[in-house]
Design a protein around this ligand. Structure first.
Ligand code: HEM
Length: 243
């Protein structure tokens, strides 16, 4: 009998889902780190400057974006197909879900991976459209260190001053937290990288990482909504005091 190729074998698909999941998580860490500049009370100067420097990377940025899209697509296809194989192999659902402890770790987070994954899949194009490509209004520009740069701070601030958008972001970030909580631990497990004695430590680390990453993204819209400057007067005030 022919052996299935690596990509088609369950182990191969799990490994591909795990590796691409780790790449996506690395992006989330970098994205959060950059976005933390939104908390600096400098009317967006550092955030706009950071986004501008990213944009100036040109072909390097396009290559990173391309790699991210490929990783994202592989992650979805592999994760969905592994889940499908598991369901095909065990079609009858459990009447009551309970964590078996040990390596299976059945939790709300593990059982909702498909649902939270689909919600993130719907969120990401909307999010990128909202903050990167939406040309409904011309992109506002602002002076940073004598250079005209995109005023992305104003775009993000204006969005999060709308309670419905701030609250929707918090809800999606909770989904992200649930996804990461199981995803982190499970990717190491799929790579066979965990000796049994390390399982509890990585399982707990998954919780800490999910809280830190999702928590960072949750506080952002809430902070700007409640404490951010008024977008209508922000740039006018800056112009008056001659910055
Ligand atoms: C409160 C939370 C977030 C804020 C304020 C935020 C802000 C932004 C902004 C301003 C951009 C446009 C950057 C630019 O054009 O240079 C962007 C792009 C992007 N964001 Fe977010 N983001 C948040 C959460 C997330 C999350 C949780 C994810 C993924 C799960 C994500 C994925 C992306 C992606 C994929 C891009 C496009 C990157 C690129 O094309 O270079 N964001 N985000």
């Amino acid at each position: 009998m022919n052996k299935p190729s690596f990509r088609k074998s369950t182990v191969g698909r799990k490994v591909l889902a795990a590796v691409t999941g780790m790449i996506l998580m690395a992006f989330i860490v970098v994205h959060l780190a950059g976005n933390l500049t939104l908390f600096i009370p400098d009317d967006g100067a550092l955030f706009n400057s950071y986004a501008h420097h990213l944009e100036k990377m040109g072909p390097l940025l396009y290559a990173a974006e391309f790699a991210l899209i490929v990783a994202f697509l592989i992650h979805i296809v592999m994760a969905v197909s592994v889940r499908k194989s598991q369901l095909d192999a065990r079609p009858e659902r459990y009447a009551v879900y309970a964590s078996k402890g040990g390596p299976s770790k059945q939790t709300l987070s593990s059982r909702s991976m498909l649902v939270t994954g689909i919600l993130l899949l719907l969120f990401i194009p909307l999010h990128v459209w909202m903050f990167k490509f939406n040309q409904a209004q011309a992109m506002p520009m602002v002076d940073v260190n004598g250079e005209q740069v995109k005023d992305l701070y104003l775009v993000v601030l204006t969005a999060f001053k709308m309670p419905q958008k701030a609250v929707a972001y918090v809800a999606v970030m909770l989904m992200l937290g649930l996804h990461l909580r199981h995803g982190f631990w499970s990717s190491f497990q799929s790579l066979g990288a965990l000796a049994p004695k390390w399982v509890p430590a990585f399982y707990s680390a998954g919780l800490v990482i999910a809280i830190l990453l999702a928590g960072g993204f949750i506080v952002m819209p809430l902070y700007l909504w409640q404490f951010g400057p008024d977008p209508e007067t922000l740039r006018a005030a800056v112009a008056t005091i001659g910055l």
